[in-house]
Design a protein around this ligand. Structure first.
Ligand code: ADP
Ligand code: MG
Ligand code: MG
Ligand code: MG
Length: 400
């Protein structure tokens, strides 16, 4: 099509019409921009006469995140579409199908998932999703195993790493997760009520050492192709289906970063129960659903990852006695550290979460923020000594 420019709703229709095999030649199409407008446009295109619909996601060349906008590479649309296609080849039911990718327009054409809801919203509404742990555990095991040196040829993997060097999006993570929250940075949004607890984070040099070590892993440990932004806002869900979207931050990094993103967002909702539960019993009930989910996700991930390793880890070194146990323990430890880091940044960093920020009662919101900070910092401090997922649950439960 034409040179890059942000599409209007009617241009999105013209583009959708030009795609082969999706819509009837002359039928009427409707178009609605449904994105939240920070980084990307998301058009919902539908054909009322047949009920067919698709999504067009177009990257914008800037991000409106910190006050004014900063330039941001359009290449992330390629990264997102390639990551989705790799993930679909490994987990066909767990990501939207990509119909097409148009590099000139930085546009991905994908399956419409409007019959699902964003999981963050679902958890705020206090829905339980009993199949989620199995689905996301499988997603993590398969995407992380098969893109690592355990599950693919090491030379092919290096070629893959080259396609997923994602410096600009990684810089957002490096700054917003591993740097700003630990210092009095203008990028933070410190809730005034918890300034004392945040100031303690800024002064905690033991905590800073752990974060420096985690950041070094994020910068250098090209272990597997990560989704890179696997919070509950990147998960579409309904009772019988889970779909992971929005992998524009995909790059080769440490496995625990993706697993930790899932756990951090479950624990942020755990902390937010201060504001959503009607009474102690209902808070307790939803919290045990969340911690049970964390346990089930880890157990599914570990079991399936070990099975894949046993069946497909043909490399002689992969069979070295003790190596698999050592490897799983390191992934668990990284998971603790990244879970904690992803919680802390959501309490007083630039971008926060609706689970906590939409709490109306100020006292309950403050309790939720303090709880999330306490759990997050404890997980970071424990990370290099962690030995079982039960310890994560214990830290969360004891902090309440
Ligand atoms: P961003 O990278 O800008 O966060 P997302 O991929 O997360 O973009 O999409 C933003 C919003 O657009 C989602 O929260 C969802 O409401 C909607 N959306 C994105 N992809 C789809 C899809 N495949 N089907 C239906 N809605 C979608
Ligand atoms: Mg968004
Ligand atoms: Mg998103
Ligand atoms: Mg995104």
């Amino acid at each position: 099509m034409s040179a890059y420019h942000p599409l209007t709703e009617s241009e999105a229709i013209d583009y959708a019409r030009s795609l082969p095999d999706l819509f009837q030649p002359d039928s009427e199409l409707t178009s609605r921009e449904i994105g939240d407008g920070n980084l990307n446009l998301v058009f919902h295109i539908s054909e009322p006469s047949t009920g067919k619909s698709i999504i067009l996601k177009q990257a914008l060349p800037y991000a409106k995140v910190v006050g004014e906008s900063w330039p941001l590479t359009l290449d992330r649309a390629r990264i997102e579409s390639e990551a989705l296609m790799i993930q679909e080849s490994l987990c066909p039911d767990l990501v939207p199908h990509v119909y097409a990718y148009e590099p000139d327009l930085a546009l991905t054409v994908m399956q419409d998932l409007s019959d699902h809801i964003i999981m963050r919203r679902g958890l705020i509404e206090r829905n339980k999703y009993p199949l989620f742990a199995g689905h996301i555990g499988t997603f993590l095991a398969r995407t992380l195993f098969y893109t690592s040196d355990l599950g693919m040829n090491q030379q092919e993997k290096k070629e893959r790493v080259k396609r997923f060097i994602n410096p600009e999006l990684c810089k957002i993570t490096e700054d917003l997760i591993f740097d700003d929250p630990y210092t009095d940075s203008p990028n933070n949004n410190v809730p005034p009520a918890i300034r004392d607890a945040v100031a303690a984070v800024w002064q905690d040099t033991g905590l800073h050492l752990e974060v420096a070590i985690l950041r070094e892993k994020f910068l250098t440990h090209a272990q597997a192709l990560l989704h890179g932004d696997l919070h509950t806002g990147s998960i579409f869900i309904k009772p019988d289906s889970t779909k992971v979207i929005d992998p524009e931050f995909a790059y080769y990094g440490p496995m625990g970063f993706d697993i930790g993103a899932v756990f951090a967002n479950l624990l942020l909702n755990f902390a937010a129960q201060e504001g959503w539960g009607e009474d102690e019993a209902s808070r307790q009930d939803f919290r045990s659903y969340l911690t049970g989910t964390i346990r089930d996700v880890w157990e599914t991930f570990e079991r399936e990852f070990r099975e894949l390793w046993d069946r497909h880890g043909t490399d002689r070194i992969a069979k070295t006695p003790g190596y698999q146990d050592w490897y799983m323990r390191e992934v668990l430890r990284d998971t603790f550290g990244f879970t904690g880091s992803k919680m802390v940044r959501r309490v007083h960093g630039l971008a926060q979460v609706a689970d906590i920020n939409q709490i109306q009662d100020e006292a309950a919101k403050e309790r939720a923020q303090r709880l999330a900070l306490a759990i997050g910092t404890s997980l970071i401090k424990l990370n290099r000594q962690a030995s079982s997922i039960g310890e994560m649950i214990e830290i969360a439960e004891k902090a309440v």
